[in-house]
Design a protein around this ligand. Structure first.
Ligand code: BGC
Length: 365
């Protein structure tokens, strides 16, 4: 069967790879992949910034945002709550098996050893292929009503975790957040905008491209009641004058510079959560004394959040129920480009005006 793969460490090595169709073992599902989402991480792997092949192999099958259909149940699942035909999204990270209490308790997203593996990213093949097998422990059932947006569940789970972490941390005080900034209006930034609007916060979504009806990112942010601001119209340094201070910042622009300059907008007792994988370097000079003073005197928290365990996938699907009710069609509009499997090379080139690109792996009968 066909798979889209790269040679780790070699820039622009994306190619079609022939691999064997897997057989489900006991407790596993055989999943036919319908769609795979393209993410900034895939593009950075193609750029050879990271990405590692499974042990003993020289290629890595890409893709960690999956949506598929169960086509066969492994032994022992005959009387389980899984059936052939169920829609499924599988998580990305697998536990490290190195006596880490987080991994052992189902929280591999918090793996302490760093020896975890990740589908399509680190030492495990991904989902940009026709079939895969997966243990039910890492598979999440998706209601048929979400057929058109199922492929967005992985990025939603990542955002769900980030927001959950911020709120959990803030249980340290009496926190009644009213205002939030989201930096970035890519898939993660927009999904964060939707989740925070769903929680009733006043949200400012800050991104590079100019606002207006031509800009789909601005349109979607505004459709759920957020305010979209372009840094071309209001530079980052002037943001505080315009927006004022906020209780929560979600950094999803992928720019370390935005993250640290953006801290200027954080109110006393506020929390900033960093969600973006950023490659490369930046020589921004910051005044560490000022930063130290601000965070210390303000009881502030800056926290990183990566990946998501299955619990956040389930929470993501619950958030979708509410978001769909409040703003029908908003989530589906995040998918701005669907390309057939054959067009994988085109799909893996960054689309600056669109939001999420999806590769259609199999057409459902
Ligand atoms: C994925 C996460 C993953 C992270 C780091 C992100 O793009 O969504 O699941 O943990 O990359 O590899």
């Amino acid at each position: 069967m066909k798979a889209v793969a790269i040679l780790p460490g070699q820039k622009d090595s994306v190619h079609l790879q022939e691999i064997a169709k897997p057989q489900p073992k006991a407790g596993e599902l055989l999943v036919q992949v319908l769609e795979t989402g393209v993410c900034g991480t895939d593009l950075e792997i193609i750029d050879a910034i990271y990405g590692t092949a499974p042990a003993g192999e020289n290629f890595l099958v890409l893709g960690h945002e999956s949506f598929g259909k169960v086509v066969e149940l492994g032994r022992g699942l005959e009387n389980s709550d899984w059936s052939v035909g169920d829609y499924v999204v599988s998580t990305v990270r697998r536990p490290c098996h190195a006596n880490d209490p987080n991994c052992e308790s189902g929280h591999s997203d918090m793996c302490r050893t760093g020896q975890y593996t990740e589908r399509g990213i680190k030492e495990m093949h991904g989902y940009m292929t026709e079939y895969y097998t997966e243990s039910v422990d890492f598979a999440v059932k998706v209601p048929p009503a979400f057929r058109s947006i199922g492929v967005l569940l992985e990025p939603t789970a990542v955002v769900e975790k980030a927001v959950y972490q911020a709120f959990k941390i803030q249980e340290r005080l009496e926190w009644q957040p009213r205002r939030a900034i989201v930096f970035g209006a890519g898939p993660i930034g927009l999904l964060a905008t939707f989740l925070l609007r769903d929680r009733g916060l006043e949200v400012y979504t800050i991104a590079l491209s100019p606002g207006g009806p031509q800009n789909i990112k601005a349109t979607l942010a505004e459709r759920c009641g957020a305010t979209y601001i372009s840094t071309q119209q209001i530079p980052l340094d002037d943001l505080k004058q315009t927006v004022g201070e906020v209780d929560l910042i979600v950094e999803a622009s992928g720019s370390g510079e935005v993250a640290f300059k953006g801290l200027d907008n954080l109110a006393i007792n506020g929390v900033m959560v960093l969600t973006s994988v950023t490659g490369g370097h930046n020589n921004l000079s910051i005044d560490p004394n000022m930063l130290n003073m601000q965070i210390m005197m303000g009881n502030q928290v800056v926290v990183g959040s990566v990946n998501a365990n299955r619990r956040y996938f389930e929470m993501g699907a619950e958030s979708w129920q509410r978001i769909e009710k409040k703003w029908p069609g908003l989530l589906a509009a995040v998918i701005t480009r669907k390309l057939p499997f054959e067009a994988f090379k085109e799909a893996l080139i960054k689309d600056r005006t669109g939001i999420k690109t999806v590769l259609q792996i199999t057409n459902e009968e």
